[in-house]
Design a protein around this ligand. Structure first.
Ligand SMILES: Nc1nc2c(c(=O)[nH]1)N[C@H]1C(S)=C(S)[C@@H](COP(=O)(O)O)O[C@H]1N2
Ligand SMILES: [Mo]
Length: 262
């Protein structure tokens, strides 16, 4: 949480207070539903040294990202980064039509989960048409349907120490089987955001391999590289010091910001 405040910077603060002023009652409702969530309340209570002023900076992050109309969907949404993972465990799942896929949910949770795609599709879901914003400077609009991450985390039951959610992926960006695999992480404010979903459909079709089949994160208030594709496992952690380079993600380990809010 402290990181979030330090990295947010002055311009961002100004932008946020402006956004807060103009967003009106829809924003207040969205804000309320998340801040009344018991897990988020607990996270806010626990956050070490988090002052009232810092909370005021964080809470506007609950505003919804803009949503678009069907006719605005990009006909040519660009696949980026890994588009066809080569790891043998992934190739085996893909060749079996992902029938044997299980999403593992573990770490600092009361009830670890192992969910098939059918089980994920039976969980509370959300559909949204949003603009994806890549750090390389392009954007595309797509329609996403997926399981609400908040519902999955409530089902697993976060333990009080949990502060971040880590997403471990199947792909190694160098396309070698032994290369470091992609991973990303988000805090609990983003994890419980109403537009944060584990997407299994894109533009009303089953999520295609180039865009992260069978399951990818949509975390709409964050830039492109936070949207982990090819998710293998989710882990609730207290810190990511012990994971890979210790910066909470494949690109953050290579110098990109961990907090990349938009
Ligand atoms: N597992 C994994 N997730 C990833 C990437 C990746 O290479 N591997 N690339 C990221 C980047 S930089 C972007 S812009 C988006 C691209 O998503 P898309 O392929 O659906 O456009 O995925 C993000 N998530
Ligand atoms: Mo990106």
């Amino acid at each position: 949480m402290r990181d979030v405040v330090e990295k947010s910077g002055l311009n961002r603060r100004r932008w946020l207070s402006g956004a807060f002023a103009v967003a009106g009652s829809a924003f207040v409702a969205a804000c309320d539903s998340v801040t009344h969530n018991p897990v988020v309340q607990q996270a806010l209570r626990m956050a070490h040294g988090l002052t009232y002023r810092a909370q005021r900076l964080i809470l506007p992050r609950e505003a919804l990202a803009p949503e678009y109309a069907e006719h605005e969907i990009s006909p040519d949404f660009k696949p980026n980064g890994s588009t066809n993972p080569m790891a043998s465990d992934y190739v085996a799942l893909r060749d079996g039509g992902f029938a044997d896929y299980r999403l593992e949910v573990g770490g600092l949770v009361e009830r670890p989960l192992s969910l098939s795609l059918a089980e994920l599709r039976a969980r509370p879901s959300r559909t949204q048409i949003t603009k994806h914003d890549c750090v390389e400077g392009w954007t595309s609009i797509g329609k996403w349907t997926g399981a609400k991450l908040s519902a999955i985390l409530e089902e697993a039951g976060l333990r009080p120490e949990a502060k971040y959610i880590v997403f471990y992926c199947y792909d190694a960006l160098n396309q070698q089987e032994d290369g470091p695999r992609y991973y990303e992480s988000i805090d609990l404010v983003d994890a419980f955001h109403p537009q944060t979903i584990l997407a299994y459909d894109m533009n009303d079709q089953v999520l295609p391999v180039p865009h992260g089949a069978p399951l990818r994160l949509r975390v709409e208030r964050q830039i492109g590289y936070k949207h982990a594709k090819y998710i293998r496992r989710i882990e609730a952690v207290e810190s990511f010091d012990h994971i890979e380079g210790g910066n909470g993600g494949y690109w953050p380990d290579r110098g990109y910001q961990w907090y990349a809010g938009i």
